[in-house]
Design a protein around this ligand. Sequence first.
Ligand SMILES: CC(C)C[C@H](NC(=O)[C@@H](N)Cc1ccccc1)C(=O)O
Length: 717
Amino acid sequence: MPDSKMDETKKKKKKTAECCGYPISIFFIVVNEFCERFSYYGMRAVLVLYFRYFLLWDDDLATSIYHAFVALCYLTPILGAIIADSWLGKFKTIIYLSIVYAVGQVVMAVSTIHDITDANRDGTPDNFTLHIALSMLGLVLIALGTGGIKPCVAAFGGDQFQEHQSRQLNTFFSVFYLCINAGSLLSTLITPVLRAQECGIHTQQQCYPLAFGVPAALMVVSLVVFIAGSGMYTKTAPEGNIMGSVCKCIWFALNNRFRHRSDIYPKREHWMDWAEEKYDKLLIAQIKMVLKVLFLYIPLPMFWTLFDQKGSRWTLQATTMTGDFGGFVLQPDQMQTVNPILILTLVPIMDRIIFPLIKKCGLNFSPLKRMTVGMLFAATAFIAAALVQMEIDKTLPNFPSSSESQLKVVNMHSESLIVTVPSQEPLLIGSFESSPDYITFDQQDIRLAFNTTPEINKDLSLIKGSRQTLIIPSEPAEMYLKEDIKSKPKEGKNAVRFVNGWTAYLNITNLESSLQPSETSNYTLVSQGMRKFTLTDGIQSCEFSRKFGFGSSYTFLIPSDLFSTDCESIKEIEDMQPNSVHMALQIPQYFLITTGEVMFSVTGLQFSYSQAPKNMKSVLQAGWLCTNAVGNIIVLIVAELGKLPKQWAEYVLFASLLVAVSIIFSIMAYFYTYIDPAEIEAEILKQQETDPDKKKKKETLEMEEKENEQEIKQTKI
Ligand SMILES: CC(C)C[C@H](NC(=O)[C@@H](N)Cc1ccccc1)C(=O)O
């Protein structure tokens, strides 16, 4: 940095106003971060539902696009960092990319207004292509904005502190993390409620425009707050294309090392020292600092691989558990809010009690040690998850393997039946009853015999890996097979279906179509709690209510005396018992992973800032965020490839991998020496001032290069 520029920065630093030892400007930065994270997590909370129920995409497409979006959000930080450090500076980069971000959020909110294409006013959009195009454009802008500003905001916050404020600087990163989690917690609670409202001009629909509109508004507020602090910030100027210089310098050092590979040349301390002939000592020293930290980052994605499974595997685990807490009922996906809640309590506890206590005990709990311990906490969290999974497995139905098939028999006939099943004792099935449980067969083709007059023999071809029910209607000869669900219903819901034993067609609330006599409906999913079904044949009707738990499946048998008993004679067959392991059992694993997050993530944020040279702070923040992107990509790959037969075994495998990685990391950390980049930079600048030869050497080399180039040109002519 030219001296005049450095003086300018120093002068500006002196002027910063303080409150309780902190620069006042950071108030604007933390409020900005709170609003931005509210905007990001709020939008993310309803995104999959928007894909699924507004754009009507299937589950697979909706989740793939969602994950691709999240991965993009953690890849774009590198772009933002390059723009900030090489071209616009952090302040302008944050402003410009926040505008892109806010526009993206507005476009996204507009794409959810069904009225814009609902010409026939039937409540569904007429032109899905327009809605898809708008939402994809919105998401790309959001990813560019949120990812682009992410490394700049943290580093810009750090820039506000002066040398004597190093204690406050560490507290700043903790407060910054608290704001992230306060914003995300509030928005993940609020936006789903907004979505559940009904709104619209012509027809009332789920209010996605409000659910996306509020995050858009918060992003605008975030930008306004950031601009409001404009006069108070310490703004470090960018120093030209620093990334270009870094790449050229590394390339030159590698080439030069290769050209001088013979033993006759004296060895140099570091391979980057081979760039000394052409590049400034300061730049070489800065690159060494960055490379040292980036090398240390190599094992880190494994932490995020485990951490990010909170949102996928752990939420799926919660769908096989019960969330009835007496006074309130927690849905499986709401369990994730435990993470930000714990962050809000654990960060102050760690900062105020645990870390000072460790220091008082005379232990040196250095940042890299904290990060290693953080990793071990995350590994223990997965062991806890495996133990919970084992408990759940004990309560799960015995689903068929891919080579087995399962069968249940439901008797809607007016008399009991004796069914002879291959390699089983004959089954006695009462009228309006079913066989006690599913019978498992290794073979696909089976023959059943029924004691009716005349006796019926039925050949069945079962589906491998499936569960089926054989429905014997009032006229047994017309028996038929119906396929059953073979896994727990999604999102902790309950799967219900009806077999119509009434003599006429029936309309039942929640079912897609009316049910013919003897017909069995498809499954319909109902949420936990009291659910009411109205049954009508067009003339008579009755109501049937039942309280549901989580993750059960029932077949309801409708008898011929339905209306005379006012629906009370409806019989239920439990195909899958409700979940019995309580979601509270997940709290220990959330506690462990969040403790790990506080030690690993908050410390990593501070470490990335403190070990970066002044002109590469955003680049190192981006490198730090990239470890998260790589971790997410590993989750996607492992989810596709490594399907272990038992979920608990997969959790143990991940925990073991992270323990192995943390051992490697601790060895790497042992050899890492903490530096004060500002001190090193100042020392080199001082040395350069007292080394008049250096400038001359560089000029000679440049002239030699120019001459060489001219020679080459002339020989070409
Ligand atoms: C982990 C990210 C790289 C950093 C940070 N995230 C968090 O702090 C999470 N604890 C937030 C969260 C909120 C709701 C549900 C799960 C996680 C960030 O977003 O910057």
